[in-house]
Design a protein around this ligand. Structure first.
Ligand code: AMP
Length: 408
């Protein structure tokens, strides 16, 4: 599936392009068509799955085709940080549409309060609010919801954990009954069900179940320039104890390049990708199971469902585009309650993706120091755009050809 399948307005597609999104995530594939059809939704999805775009994109698309002079959409989120992040994403997607959004959250001085009050009264198209500040503004007599069409609750379970149940019910009492309501939550405890029964109308349920990495997997990451990856791979192969390895790369071109490099080494390795015939794939897996080869280099074709026992290490030459693929990739090791190691090489461009993985699994993955002979790597700073532009400017160490070496 691609974003073109949703039939979005060109102005929104331009925004999507500028954000660099290429392919919808599973929650986006499932939620967007339902939201476009004006149905209520209750979705179980965690941070890192792409849930924010799953509700923002269809809502913006609908808004492009309506008279947008009134407050159309209210998004409620538990914290100021999340409200800001959502607001920034809206700004990116809506850049070419003329649709505006404002964040409303506590803190700040009297001027911030006045500004938010004015913004509420004069109307932005979308408001992203934390419950406490919104209640305070409503109590001060600001009601602006006559034309509201969408209510979205993001991270609803966290809002209830923070004690916002009554505030949310109160806010909803100010809203028109004839509206579309979307509830997103990482978990579905009974109190979320109770809230959903109260405020949703025959919702479609969407559940994006995420497998967490098994506990026996030791996860490590190295923050590197592309040019350092070959040397780093040699270092990892030399310094870790391993019996069999899967080396993952995101494209078959990279897999083929790595395969060619291994052919010049004394490590028996084979490439596994979608260009191979089924019989060839089976033959490679058989040889791997029988330990005739110790290393497979593969794309994500290998990351799902292939059951080979006793893989001691997974190395990610790059960060997979879809955070869930990371969990699938590293799940090839430490099967059946054994232990294993998963090592990921993260270049500057992949840092944001890597952070999405950390968000998805719910903890940071340790960043290991580079071996001294490779020199300094990039700084891990996934929030900055600078890192993504860095390579394009052609900085960083000079390119060296990778030759695998083994001391085994
Ligand atoms: P969320 O789960 O909404 O917090 O999103 C997690 C991260 O994934 C954010 O940095 C988004 O910008 C990014 N993201 C969401 N959807 C996509 C997509 N279809 N393609 C690439 N990145 C995405």
């Amino acid at each position: 599936m691609t974003f073109a399948d949703f039939g979005f307005d060109q102005k929104l597609n331009d925004g999507l392009d500028s954000m660099g999104y290429e392919k919808p995530t599973p929650i986006q594939e499932q939620a967007i068509p339902v939201i476009l059809q004006n149905q209520d939704v209750i979705a179980c999805a965690q941070t890192g799955t792409g849930k924010t775009a799953a509700y923002i994109l269809p809502v913006i698309n609908k808004m492009i085709h309506t008279d947008h002079r009134h407050l159309n959409t209210l998004i409620i989120a538990p914290t100021r940080e999340l409200a800001q992040q959502i607001d920034q994403q809206i700004e990116g997607f809506a850049y070419f549409t003329g649709i505006s959004s404002i964040p409303i959250y506590g803190g700040g001085d009297g001027a911030a309060w006045d500004q938010q009050k004015r913004a509420l009264e004069q109307g932005a198209d979308i408001i992203v609010a934390t419950p406490g500040r919104l209640i305070a503004l409503l109590a001060a007599g600001t009601t602006v919801f006559d034309h509201l069409q969408h209510l979205i609750l993001d991270e609803a379970d966290r809002m209830l954990d923070m004690g916002f149940y009554d505030d949310i019910v109160k806010i909803v009492s100010y809203l028109p009954k004839d509206r579309q309501t979307l509830l997103f939550s990482a978990t579905m405890p009974p109190k979320i069900r109770a809230l959903a029964n109260k405020i949703l109308n025959q919702p479609v349920e969407i559940n994006i179940a995420i497998a967490k990495p098994a506990e026996g997997i030791t996860q490590e990451a190295y923050v590197v320039y592309d040019e350092q990856k070959g040397g780093l791979l040699n270092h990892v192969l030399k310094t870790h104890r391993w019996s069999s390895i899967i080396l993952f790369a995101s494209t078959k071109e990279t897999v083929k390049k790595l395969d060619a490099a291994f052919r010049r080494s004394n490590i028996p390795a084979r490439a596994f990708h979608s260009d191979l015939e089924q019989t060839e794939r089976e033959e490679i897996l058989r040889a791997f199971r029988n330990k005739q080869i110790n290393l497979i280099i593969g794309t994500d074709v290998l990351s799902r469902g292939i059951d080979v026992e006793g893989i001691s290490m997974v190395i990610n030459w790059d960060v997979p585009p879809d955070p869930e693929d990371y969990v699938h990739r590293i799940g090839r090791t430490a099967r059946a309650e054994t232990t294993g190691t998963a090592i990921t090489f993260v270049n500057e461009r992949d840092q944001r993706r890597f952070q999405s993985i950390e968000n998805l699994i719910g903890y940071p993955i340790p960043k290991m120091p580079l071996p001294a002979e490779l020199g300094k790597g990039p700084v891990y700073a996934p929030q900055t755009k600078r890192n993504e532009n860095f390579r394009k400017k052609g900085r960083g160490p000079s390119r060296k050809r990778f030759r695998p070496r083994s001391n085994r």
